[in-house]
Design a protein around this ligand. Sequence first.
Ligand SMILES: *[C@@H]1O[C@H](CO)[C@@H](O)[C@H](O)[C@H]1NC(C)=O
Length: 199
Amino acid sequence: MNPIVGKVFLVLCGSLLVAGAPNTCGKLDLKTDPFTCCTIPKLLDVTIVSSCFEKFPIDKDAADKGAASMPKTECMSECILNSTGIYNRRGDVDEKKLNSVFTDSLPANSPWLNVVRKAIKECTAKADKKDKEFQKDVADQKKTTPKGTQVCNPEASFLVDCIHTTVFSDCPTNLRSTSTECDAIWNFLKNCPFSALRQ
Ligand SMILES: *[C@@H]1O[C@H](CO)[C@@H](O)[C@H](O)[C@H]1NC(C)=O
């Protein structure tokens, strides 16, 4: 084989391998906000969410730079779980309360009821598995942040995020938009987690 053709062949094979690998959950080039593809109901009390947002505003610029402002998102979510009583006084998740808070605003015949219940089940199971990781994160934050900085458990953000994105991913078929971009999103979500959409 001509050496140049050989080199091109190798490079091509290399990039094919990369493209075909589990890398399929890599960045999807989106112009559409995924949430326009399915309007999920408001699951949390708007008054509580806004009051927690005011107490723990998310600084978008800092968030883009990385970890520094993450505790704020975590504290905002923790504030939501505290205010709704999902976290009991000991800071443990009250599963009954979690279910009622997330489903109380839905009418009894809502197609979302089962979707939300299933999401809560899946997400609490996932959060339980990650408990050690969350504890370690809290311990690390205590070590690395200045004394007096409020430290929050990432579990709260994980739960709020997981429930919303799971509900979205399980959007009932008859409530889905079917534009080309939305179809690409629904296909992507068959194999990839929602978090991969937002990279
Ligand atoms: C949530 O409640 C716990 C326990 O009462 C408290 O320690 C924590 O600081 C509260 N978190 C927020 C973000 O207010």
